[in-house]
Each structure stands twice: as C-alpha cells, then as structure tokens.
Design a binder for this molecule. Structure first.
Ligand code: VAH
Length: 316
C-alpha cells in the first residue's frame, strides 16, 4: 500500500487523488496534520505530523505500507519567517522516511526537490542537471541537503528513492501554501473574483513553471519507471513552461480582455531573482521519457474554466 505524507497540500491533494484513481482508493493511505475533507475524505486517512518518527513507523506497520510519497515541507517564502523550524521539519521528516525505507525494505519512496536548490551563481538559462548550486533560502538549502541524503541512502543502502526538482507548480484544486511562485495561482483567483491583480513580483520576473496535471504525470511516470532507467538519484530537473507575470497576464487577457494587473514587488522578489529563468530537463526526457502537455494558454483556459463554477458557488 501507498502512504502519502502531506496529502492535503497543493501538490499532495492532487497527487493523492491521482494515485487513488490508479491504485484503488483503499490502497492509498493519506496523512496530514488535519483531517481530509471533500473527495479526499473518501478513503483511508490518518493524522500524522511528518516529524513524528514513531507514529510514522507505527502507521507503516498498521497499513503494510510498501511505498511512501513524502510531500510535507515548509516552502520558500514561509520558510524565511521561521528558518530553524523549516530546516527541522524539512530535514527530520525526510530522514525518518529514508530510515523507514531502509529498515522496512520499502519498494520505493518519492520525495520532491525544487528549482529552489539553485542560487545566484547558478547559470540562469537552461540550467543544467549538474551545476553550481548555492541556494539562499532555507527551503532551498534543505532541498539541496535532502538531495544529498537521498543519493547517500540509495548508494549506501540501496534505497530506491526518486525525486524531481519541481518548478513553480500551478494548480487550482488546492490553495498553495507559502511559495514564491504562488502569484501564478493567486492571479487566476483574483482575475475571476476582482478582475484585477496586484502582483508581488515585478513584471519581467521569468520563472520555470508547470501546470499541476503535468507535475502529477511526471511524478507517477518517474515512480513507474524501471529502476535501471532512473539514473539520477539526487533529483531530476524537469520543466514545462517559463513565463513572467506580464506574460501570464497577457494569457488571461485573451479570455478576459478587461483584466488588469499592477506590480508591487515584496521580499519574494529577492527569492525569485535567485532562481533560474529556464531549466534543461534533457536527462528526464532521455532517461524515462518525460514530456509536458500544457503550455501557458492551455493552462490558463483549463484553470479559468475549472475555477469559474467554484467561485460562482462562493459568490452566489
Ligand atoms: C515555492 N512553489 O515557491 C515552491 C517551489 C520553485 C518554487 O519550490 O517555494
């Protein structure tokens, strides 16, 4: 059976639903620090604080877990408000899962990294799989250290841990939590609710991004790949689209001509400026056939269509 840690987060909630569709509702045990609601409540769930090693091991036995997707983390912007806690949660929880995999001989585990592992000295365009990495957020530092731990446990103990360096993920089924790229989610909600958006990044801030459906597909494709095809055991670069706030606003205007955007960069501008503009993901494409489906306009129409009924219900 599969255990999902952090199943109620922006990625966790969509990935948990996809995993249940593939493996069956009762074979995916979702956990988070609060009870699930809506569709996610339809299936086995447990309360689990990702730092609670004992409870993690207990749940793995109770549910005969063979695979773990560990998605719980404090993201970049939120992490800067409490660096010590972000480091502790992001690192302790990963090491508990790696130990669980080693001691219970789990089939495989998944752990997400991020383009946040790159920093101001990293080549910004077509950032290579192997390159200079000098992250300057605690989130990015914890993801870089986490990649080293994953490769260490794979090489030393044979743990089959797999990982992706996600770009900014844009999904509309679960509110994002504390990321720097979350402007690209907020903008759709505000476009529909208020017809305008004040962006916390400047208009030409290019960032690698990906629609959530592509991120879920990449995760499952990687986890279903033959072990021998998974050649990168730190974390794979993956990417889909790169755009700026100006370009996503233009994309929205194609469907909502009266939409207006304004810019008032805040502390997150510095974080965004330390990250790449675009990513070279040729290793993922060559090793296990990664390819993205959604470009910017296709994502925009998918999200606006998906959000309209939700927001209409709220306002009606
Ligand atoms: C964040 N959404 O902003 C996450 C992601 C690349 C960005 O890691 O922190």
């Amino acid at each position: 059976k599969i255990l999902v840690i952090g199943a109620l987060g922006q990625l966790g909630s969509e990935l948990s639903l996809a995993l249940r569709d593939i493996y069956g509702r009762d074979n995916v045990v979702i956990t988070d620090i609060k009870e699930p609601s809506g569709k996610l409540a339809d299936g086995p769930s447990e309360i689990l604080n990702a730092m609670d090693r004992e409870k993690l091991f207990e749940l793995a036995d109770k549910h005969q877990i063979t695979q773990v997707y560990h998605l719980a983390a404090i993201l970049s912007a939120k992490g800067e408000s409490d660096p010590k806690f972000a480091w502790q949660l992001n690192m302790d929880s990963l090491i508990h899962v790696l130990d669980l995999a080693k001691e219970k001989n789990l089939k495989r585990i998944y752990w997400p990294s991020s383009i946040a592992v790159f920093g101001p000295s990293t080549p910004v365009d077509n950032t290579p799989q192997n390159t200079i990495m000098d992250p300057n957020t605690i989130y990015g530092i914890s993801k870089l250290a986490g990649e080293r731990w994953c490769e260490y446990y794979h090489n030393k103990y044979g743990v089959d841990v797999r990982s992706l360096r996600y770009p900014g993920l844009i999904g509309h089924k679960a509110k994002p939590g504390g990321g720097t790229t979350d402007y690209a989610v907020d903008i759709y909600y505000k476009a529909l609710e208020e017809g305008k958006y004040e962006c916390f990044l400047s208009e030409n801030t290019y960032l690698p991004m990906m629609y959530m459906d592509d991120a879920v597909k990449a995760t499952i494709d990687l986890m279903q790949a033959e072990e021998s095809d998974v050649k990168v055991r730190s974390s794979y670069n993956i990417s889909a689209i790169s755009f700026s706030p100006k370009e996503i606003a233009e994309s929205i205007k194609k469907e909502m001509p009266e939409f207006e955007i304004s810019y008032s960069p805040d502390f997150r501008q510095k974080i965004a400026d330390s990250w790449p503009n675009s990513i070279d993901d040729s290793s993922a494409r060559n090793d296990w056939g990664w390819s993205h489906q959604f470009d910017l306009d296709k994502m925009t129409s998918e999200i606006l269509t998906g959000l309209k009924p939700l927001l209409n219900n709220q306002t009606s």
